[in-house]
Design a binder for this molecule. Structure first.
Ligand SMILES: [Cu+2]
Length: 459
């Protein structure tokens, strides 16, 4: 426990170690990213051609070609990640961000990855899902010595099979992943592959979870299941960019889960097929249409569909509390409880007292409550029709007929054709149901009929 507490505290300090310039001279210059914006796809400047991916609120790591080997340089280091505007968290990551940059290579590429450790404790990198020599698997103590602070190790292997992969430490894992250390890896097929369709848009992101107490800035690293922040690529709605596509595009969305629980990822308005996992492309006979797919812990899924319905379609985790920000779990359910009278009495003692949730919790999306500094609002994000009452693992798939091929910029809100938006019906207003006022068809609250399977009636 002491060791864990010590390292959590160290995360707020500037990198505890420095790496001498001399020892770095032979290595590719590490590239650092300071922006949390979604970087445009990185067209490969050399090597075998491929159709690059777009990393949600992330970027792809450039490489150096050295005698036919693709050389990358990852730097494990403390970073400050802006999870949403105004909400910054002290994390550990790679090359300036959490998650680290996406690594994109082509099937058959010889890959050399230098890993420099600027953390205050040792680390390793495990290349999740790869076929490689055992000694390159990155399991500290088992397949290699740990990388001490201030040192650089090198990994080298051939990217043997195409697909969707990720990387993460296999050293003090609970702490290092709780602090945000993870990254995406895509191996593109070297030629046309019978199970890998060409797509017009190829997005990727990792599911993350953090436990950041409201008002603080460093995740609690001992948390096992009770996390309060749920993220796509260490961002939370409305800080997550939208996935902007052209109508008719074939779209691939690759998702990996490095949290401690499963996430049913749900897309509105379209059906998709899971065309691949971290185990490889899915045989066509094993694909079926879905609108949600559960991504279990340590799993990756690639969803594919034709974006043929225009609009702003929600894309989110279907666990309702994963689309919300931090809140106390001990809040009692107050739906149906009229506590106005009690509130008036409490207000005399506590002037700021607010009645919360007697008609559900939706009111809180628009509520201006005093919150501690550096806290993500509990439910937020405004749409064209009001508050979206969402946070966490939520974003939008924006399908537009006039989105240009290769253009990833946000087209703004969808302009619904006249007569295609749900609207109020003119007529008599109906009061909402309450405990005291039974609904119209139920004239007496004691008159209930129970029909048993035998057909006999009891009143
Ligand atoms: Cu979830």
């Amino acid at each position: 426990m002491n060791r864990r507490n010590f390292f959590a505290g160290a995360a707020t300090a500037v990198a505890a170690t420095t790496v001498s310039r001399v020892s770095m001279a032979a290595l590719p210059e590490p590239v650092t990213q300071s922006s949390t914006a979604t970087a445009p796809p990185l067209a490969p400047p050399n090597g075998r051609p491929y159709n690059p991916v777009v990393t949600l609120n992330g970027w792809t790591l450039p490489w150096r070609m050295n005698a036919g080997v693709k050389e990358f340089h990852l730097v494990a280091e403390p970073v400050v990640r802006e999870m949403a505007p105004g909400f910054k968290v002290n994390m550990w990551g790679y090359n300036g961000q959490s998650p680290g940059p996406t690594i994109e290579v082509v099937e058959g590429d010889r890959v050399r990855i230098y890993v420099t450790n600027r953390l205050p404790e040792h680390t390793t990198v495990h290349w999740h899902g790869q076929r490689l020599p055992n000694g390159m698997d990155g399991v500290g103590g088992i397949t290699q010595p740990h990388i001490p602070p201030g040192k650089t190790f090198v990994y080298e292997f051939t990217a043997r099979r195409p697909g969707t992969f990720m990387y993460h430490p296999h050293a003090d894992e609970m702490v290092q992943m709780a602090m945000g250390m993870m990254g995406f890896w895509v191996t593109h097929p070297k030629e046309s592959h019978p199970l890998i369709e060409p797509v017009q848009r190829d997005f990727c992101f990792l599911l993350g979870s953090f436990d950041v107490e409201p008002g603080s800035a460093t995740p609690k690293v001992n948390t096992m299941t009770d996390f309060n922040i749920w993220s796509f690529n260490s961002r939370v709605f409305p800080g997550i960019d939208t996935l902007n596509v052209r109508k008719g595009d074939r779209v691939r969305i690759r998702v990996g889960n490095l949290t401690m629980t499963n996430h049913p990822i749900h897309i509105h308005g379209h059906e998709f097929e899971v065309t691949g996992t971290d185990g490889g492309p899915v045989p066509r006979t094993a694909r079926w249409p879905e609108v949600s797919v559960d991504v279990a812990v340590g799993q990756m899924r690639q969803m594919e569909f034709i974006a043929d319905e225009e609009g702003d379609w929600s894309l989110h985790c279907h666990k309702a509390h994963h689309t919300m920000g931090p809140m106390g779990h001990e809040v009692p359910t107050m739906i149906g409880v009229d506590h106005k009278g009690v509130a008036e009495k409490i207000k005399k003692l506590v002037p700021d007292y607010m009645v919360m949730g007697d008609k559900g919790m939706a009111d809180m999306g628009g509520m201006e409550m005093p919150i501690p500094d550096n806290t993500m609002p509990m439910m937020t994000g405004a749409g064209p029709f009001g508050s979206a009452e969402m946070g966490g693992m939520f974003t939008l798939l924006k399908v537009r007929r006039d989105q240009k091929p290769g253009d990833y910029k946000d087209p703004g809100w969808f302009k619904h054709p006249a007569g295609t938006v749900a609207h109020e019906v003119a007529g008599a207003a109906v009061p909402p149901a309450t405990r005291d006022a039974p609904s119209p068809g139920n004239s007496s609250d004691t008159d209930a009929t129970v029909r048993k399977p035998s057909g006999t009636h009891n009143h």
